[in-house]
Write a protein that binds this ligand. Structure first.
Ligand code: NAG
Ligand code: NAG
Ligand code: NAG
Ligand code: NAG
Ligand code: NAG
Length: 951
């Protein structure tokens, strides 16, 4: 090789050829380094690269190489590191090949104007690559795995390339914030940085840029953040793609100023607030607002292609205004910058129906209390709240609200309490009428203000206006300046400690009395016939009390002290297992059933009673003597052995607290030796998977679209509860269609949760042993074992896809392309034709249903976003689905639920209810007079219910 090179160089010198010898040498280095140089069709030796005729793909000017154009040729290999010695190069086209290895530095190529290196496999980009590229106009480096492990950022030296018009660096591991100078490059018209790992905000400098195309979409990791206000100043924009990030704040009001804008993608962010009218009036070719937290009404859009699914709108019909209360509350929220937590909850058109977070309503379904203490709220209070006449209390303590309390808050007729403790409220302080308690301490700017605000002519009113204590406190008042009657500042009077004590005691007593009254009231309203005495221990005997094997103990704790001990089983003594003796203290109730009973009712775990196998054990069907069906899960010994008894019982204690209409509830359990049995309610229609995938072989009717929608919503509700409403955060970790069970009305309940380690308090991400099922596993969980509630959201998304397509999550028998449902579905979901073709053939999709189908498809995609951060919370999913279900299916959720047990009520109360129901029925078996609901209701346990302690 060396020899050959020398010969060539000699030849060149001798011939005094046209081509610069160094250029020639670099071309040779280049060719010889390739794995498949033959593709270039360059001559072996002799002929001059610059010709005439010049080599294929090479162009020269004089004796210097100025262009190499090898686009899409399948060339494979590295580039020589001395490439930048081709100093006259002005146009380089190497795109769409298989170049690999380190990209040489291009520094000093001062004549280079066009560089296309995109769609190759270069794995390293040197940091001096961009130095001195003073003539650069177009640079494309997309789709190269540059510096994969560390990522890289655009060096500042590119700022000198002032003629740059097009910069395309998509999908090449760019990291960190967007450099400020990009907004200042005077010629830049197209900036495409999609699919990287950019973070941070859009720099303010972009406001001056003349960019026509800005693509920042789909950043991995946390994504880009901050507000997008600056884009409203980028008047040349025609395409703005910001989707798949974490942008926050509102859509700028003045976005309508972008008169050249054609495409605007804002989907998949955390944008909040109302859709500005100026946006609705724009005539865009495409506008995508899906998957944000936009609120308020949906305007009538002038644009052709608009989508806005998965937001927090009040109504789903465009052009219809929200209810006036909703408008007021949204305005209030706007003053506080639409905090994320509230924006995700405050959707729909009735704050009282869906009971919005932080609000309470009165009996007329009007908002009576705003209760948002310590919600990290900042911003100001809007005057419009004064129009919410029904307000009685406003509690906003412990936030960072600033500005003044609007004057017209004083017009609130029913207001009794305004608590803004520990904020940053400033003067002036409006003067409220008597009877309004204003609590303002902890607002430094108000110190001393209340003194001035109203010299009160009458004798100083009491310090705490409600309930007004006797005015015998004159002694303590002496040093205090006059105040408005309503202001409370807890400046402690120095004397009369006893008086203070008295007041406190008085208030405490009153409070306790009120509490008791309220409890009584609630209890009576809810359960007409209920009485207050809660049982402290209940022994339940199914059918025949004389049969010792039949004794089922359900001991519940619910005395007023809330202490946690439970009593042991029947005093008959015949029920006596060592294990349960030691299980007297379980956190929230103790539901023990004897192993013998369970053996008996399942035919000694007979194979024909097997309902299914899976997560941690086998499930058997059992039938109690009275006909009540139950499902008994027999834990595999491996599982039970690995857990201590204490741990198991602790988990049972927690599990038994998780009660929700859409979660299969744990009814009882049993421990004996290594045997661990869990008793669940029995759902007659079995697993969703059966109805989706095996309906033919099982001779079932395929599920209708309506049924599927309702199932999707049911499951979402159950999961939402598990994630956020239960006392502790639960992560299911194995949500799948075979863990979703159906009752006779095809309402769904999620099962099999909680058998894996629970999320510790306050920490929702645990790296842990893998549990779960392939095809449903979120990537971060499968790869790193990182588990958050968002892993469940992913699995939920896969279930949605199964509902849509009737295909299993993982089909080994399917083609490579369609094997993983989640992967395949995400590719096809945005094309209407392909989506239609992928639908379960049993669904008759017409134009009408297609609307809801495409919303669900979109939602499924959102749930299975690669980054957990981009997936919605279950509460968001519930909102989206509830809107569709409401619109498409006129069902009354409440009426449907009444057939089962209302699992929202505490266990003690539940037992009480059964008892009441039973006593009304005078010993009649409930089997005969109610058909579908029996299996969902463990009435058998309550059959010959006897609440006396022990007997
Ligand atoms: C890419 O990685 C290489 C080697 O790790 C490093 O020298 C180089 O500076 C990185 N490139 C950039 C632009 O940071
Ligand atoms: C540069 O970007 C503009 C859009 O602003 C586009 O029309 C043009 O084709 C691009 N030029 C090249 C060479 O990619
Ligand atoms: C809407 O978008 C689709 C694809 O994005 C396009 O084919 C169609 O022409 C657009 N419709 C209008 C009215 O612009
Ligand atoms: C409170 O809000 C600020 C910004 O408004 C944020 O930086 C901070 O993390 C928030 N704190 C909590 C506990 O949410
Ligand atoms: C409260 O004051 C604002 C202006 O300060 C006004 O626009 C609004 O209508 C007032 N609201 C009520 C209920 O008076």
């Amino acid at each position: 090789m060396e020899f050959y090179m020398v010969v060539v160089l000699c030849l060149m010198t001798v011939a005094n050829s046209a081509t610069d010898p160094n250029d020639w040498k670099i071309l040779y280095d280049f060719k010889n380094g390739l794995d498949n140089p033959e593709l270039l069709k360059w001559p072996l030796h002799g002929d001059d690269p610059c010709g005439p005729p010049s080599w294929p793909h090479v162009f020269c000017s004089g004796n210097r190489v100025t262009q190499i154009q090898i686009k899409d040729l399948g060339v494979k290999g590295p580039l020589p590191q001395n490439f930048n010695q081709l100093t006259k190069l002005y146009n380089l086209g190497l795109q769409r090949n298989n170049f690999y290895g380190k990209l040489p530095s291009f520094s000093g190529l001062s004549e280079l104007e066009y560089v296309y290196l995109d769609y190759n496999g270069f794995d390293t980009i040197p940091s001096d690559f961009f130095d001195g590229l003073t003539s650069l106009r177009v640079l494309a480096l997309d789709s190269n795995p540059f510096n994969q492990s560390t990522g890289w950022s655009i060096p500042d030296s590119l700022a000198k390339s002032v003629q740059l018009t097009n910069l395309s660096l998509m999908h090449c591991n760019l990291l960190g914030p967007l450099p400020d100078f990009l907004g200042k490059l005077p010629s830049l018209t197209a900036l495409k940085l999609s699919y990287n790992r950019l973070s941070g905000e859009i720099p303010a400098s972009f406001g001056q840029s003349l960019l026509q195309i800005l693509w920042l979409n789909d950043q991995d990791g946390e994504g880009m953040t901050g507000p997008i206000d600056v884009v409203a100043k980028m008047v040349s924009l025609s395409q703005l793609w910001l989707h798949g990030n974490d942008f926050t704040g509102t859509i700028p009001e003045d976005i309508g100023a972008l008169s050249s804008l054609r495409e605007l993608n804002l989907n998949g962010n955390q944008l909040v607030g109302l859709i500005p009218q100026s946006l609705a009036s724009m005539q865009l070719d495409k506008l995508d607002l899906n998957n944000n937290l936009l609120m308020g009404p949906i305007p009538e859009f002038k644009s052709g292609n608009v989508s806005y699914e998965s937001n927090s709108f009040c109504l789903s019909k465009p052009g219809v205004a929200c209810a006036s209360d909703v408008n007021i509350l949204l305005d209030f929220l706007g003053g506080l910058g639409y905090p994320f937590k509230l924006a995700s909850h405050w959707s729909g058109n009735d704050p009282c129906k869906a009971s919005w977070l932080g609000l309470s309503c009165d009996s007329n379904s009007k908002v009576s209390i705003i209760n948002l203490p310590r919600f990290n709220l900042s911003g100001t209070l809007t005057p419009s709240i004064a129009n919410l006449d029904s307000l009685i209390e406003i509690r906003l303590g412990g936030n960072s609200i600033n500005g003044a309390i609007p004057k017209n808050f004083t017009e609130l007729k029913s207001l009794r309490l305004l608590d803004v403790t520990n904020n940053n409220i400033g003067p002036p302080l409006p003067e409220f009428r008597d009877g309004v308690r204003l609590v303002i301490d902890g607002n430094p700017l108000l110190d001393g203000v209340h003194n001035r605000s109203s010299p009160s002519p009458s004798p100083s009113p009491p310090m705490i206006s409600q309930p007004p204590p006797r005015n015998s406190s004159s002694g303590s008042r002496r040093p205090s300046p006059p105040r408005t009657g309503s202001v409370e500042v807890r400046s402690q009077p120095k004397s009369s400690r006893t008086l203070k004590l008295l007041i406190i005691v008085g208030i405490a007593v009153a409070a306790v009395l009120v509490l008791i009254l309220v409890l009584l009231f609630i209890y009576c309203c809810k359960k007409r016939k209920g009485t207050l005495e809660a049982p402290s221990s209940i022994v339940v005997h199914p059918r025949d009390p004389s049969d010792p094997e039949n004794i089922v103990k359900i001991a519940v704790l619910s005395n007023t002290t809330g202490s946690l001990s439970t009593k042991t089983a029947a005093s008959s003594g015949s029920y006596n297992s060592g294990a349960t003796e030691s299980s007297n203290v379980v956190e929230s109730g103790n539901l023990v059933i004897s192993v013998q009973v369970l053996r008996k009712v399942t035919g000694n775990f007979a194979p024909q009673n097997e309902l299914g196998r899976g997560g941690f054990g086998t499930v058997y069907k059992g039938e109690l003597e009275d006909g009540t069906k139950i499902a008994v899960k027999r834990m595999e010994t491996g599982v039970s052995a690995s857990k201590g008894l204490d741990e198991f019982q602790a988990e049972i204690g927690v599990l038994s607290k998780v009660r929700h209409r859409h979660l299969v509830s744990l009814l009882a359990y049993s421990i004996e030796g290594t045997e661990r049995l869990l008793v669940y309610e029995y759902l007659p229609q079995g697993a969703l998977s059966k109805h989706l995938f095996h309906w033919k072989s099982q001779e079932l009717e395929p599920l209708t679209w309506t049924q599927r929608l309702i199932i999707a919503l049911d499951v979402a509700r159950g999961m939402e509860y598990l994630h956020s409403l239960a006392l502790q955060t639960f992560i299911h970790r194995d949500l799948k269609s075979s863990n979703i069970l159906l009752d006779d009305d095809f309402r769904a309940k999620v099962s099999d949760f909680g058998l894996v380690k629970l999320a510790p308090d306050g920490k929702k991400s645990v790296a842990t042993r893998l549990a779960g099922t392939f095809g449903y596993l979120a990537p971060e969980y499968a790869v790193m074992g990182k588990i958050t509630t968002k892993a469940d959201v992913f699995s939920y998304g896969v279930v949605l896809m199964e509902l849509l397509t009737g295909l299993t999550a993982l089909g080994e028998e399917r083609s490579e392309e369609t094997r993983y449902l989640a992967e395949w579905f995400c590719r096809i979901k945005s094309s209407k034709e392909r989506l239609m073709a992928a639908l379960d053939p049993t669904l008759e999709a017409n134009e009408e249903t297609f609307k809801s189908i495409s919303i669900i498809a979109e939602l499924a995609g959102h749930c299975t976003a690669r980054e957990p951060y981009h997936r919605p919370d279950m509460c968001h999913v519930v909102n989206v689905l509830a809107q569709i279900v409401e619109k498409w299916i006129p069902i009354n959720d409440e009426s449907v639920s009444s057939s089962g047990i209302d699992l929202n009520v505490p266990l003690a109360q539940m037992l009480k209810n059964w008892q009441n129901a039973e006593s009304r029925k005078t010993g009649h078996s409930c089997l005969e007079d109610s058909k579908g609901s029996i299996p969902a209701r463990p009435a058998g346990f309550a059959e010959s219910f006897n609440s006396s302690d022990g007997r």
